[in-house]
Design a protein around this ligand. Sequence first.
Ligand SMILES: [Cu+2]
Length: 119
Amino acid sequence: MTDIVVNILGLLLMVVIVWWFWMSKPKVKQAESDVVDILVDGGVYTPARIEVPVGKATTLRFLRKDASPCAEKVIFDDLSISADLAVDETNDVVVKPTQAGEYEFTCQMHMYRGSLIAR
Ligand SMILES: [Cu+2]
C-alpha cells in the first residue's frame, strides 16, 4: 500500500516538474517603452514572456542576481544573439525582430526560459 502511495507521489512530482520547466506559460508582459527590465533569479526570468513591436529595437535590460554558472549567458537562438550576463549588474541586449512570431531565449542549458513575442 505505501509503495503505491510513494509511486503516485513520485509521479505527481514528475508531472509538476515537467509542467514547471516546459509547459507553464507565464502571462505576457507588454513592453511599455523601448527598454524592458528582466530579473534573472531563482531559475526564472521575470517577466518571462515579453511582447515587443516588430521592426523596432527594444533593449532588454537583464539584471542577473543568480550567481550560478547556469545563468551566465542568455541566448536567442532564432535571432543569433548570445550575451554574457554579469552578476549584480544590468546587461543590455538589444533585439529587433523583423518578423512577427515567438522567439525563445534561454540560458545555455535551457533551464532559464523566456520568450519574446513580436507583434
Ligand atoms: Cu542554465
